[in-house]
Design a protein around this ligand. Structure first.
Ligand SMILES: CC(C)(COP(=O)(O)OP(=O)(O)OC[C@H]1O[C@@H](n2cnc3c(N)ncnc32)[C@H](O)[C@@H]1OP(=O)(O)O)[C@@H](O)C(=O)NCCC(=O)NCCS
Length: 161
């Protein structure tokens, strides 16, 4: 089976926050940040799975600090964990002051993607080869989050049954 390291999936995206993306307080809309997160995470997932992926879930998201008009929004994504057909991607969002370069960590998001083939059926993903202590820790933490998600999913199914 093909093996891919987390570092091979690493994706960074940057945007200058424009007036059309901000609210009356001149800070970026939450939904805009979520859209950026989804795109950045999808690129990391595609670099891992090398093909189509769909977002299965995004964990609850905390906006710890605002990103202001004119700031540089910096998103960094990496695949943390992989199963048979799914993978978890972690995304860190920072606001960078263009004048000083100072960065503030504004959000961390965790998303699950599922790999699909040309017919839209689920397909197996490569093995994630963790090489560093940090990568192994992130993978172990992701496994704990996955169990919580599967539990929440099962409870949701039960409620709807
Ligand atoms: C995501 C989707 C493909 C899952 O299909 P499914 O038949 O329910 O999938 P399964 O139950 O077989 O799960 C497939 C994998 O995803 C994982 N998974 C599915 N939902 C999950 C969730 N909410 N949280 C964590 N993992 C999840 C499963 O554990 C399994 O992992 P594994 O193969 O690595 O062990 C399907 O629900 C779907 O198409 N959803 C809509 C996706 C979409 O439109 N996204 C937005 C636009 S991209």
């Amino acid at each position: 089976m093909r093996e891919v390291t987390p570092s091979a999936t690493r994706t960074e995206m940057t945007w200058i926050v424009m007036p059309g993306q901000t609210n009356a307080l001149d800070t970026v809309f939450g939904g805009q940040v979520m859209a950026w997160i989804d795109v950045c995470a999808a690129v990391a997932a595609q670099r891992f799975a090398r093909g189509a992926v769909v977002t299965a879930s995004m964990d609850s998201l905390l906006f710890r600090a605002p990103i202001r008009k004119g700031d540089i929004a910096v998103l960094q994504a990496t695949v943390n964990w992989a199963g048979r057909t799914s993978m978890e991607v972690g995304v860190r969002v920072d606001a960078e002051d263009p004048n000083t370069g100072a960065r503030v960590h504004t959000s961390t998001a965790y998303l699950t993607f599922v790999a699909l083939d040309e017919d839209g059926n689920k397909r197996e993903v490569p093995r994630l080869k963790c090489e560093t202590e940090d990568e192994r820790r992130r993978c172990a933490d992701a496994e704990v989050r996955r169990q919580r998600r599967l539990q929440a999913r099962a409870e949701d199914k039960e409620r709807r049954a």
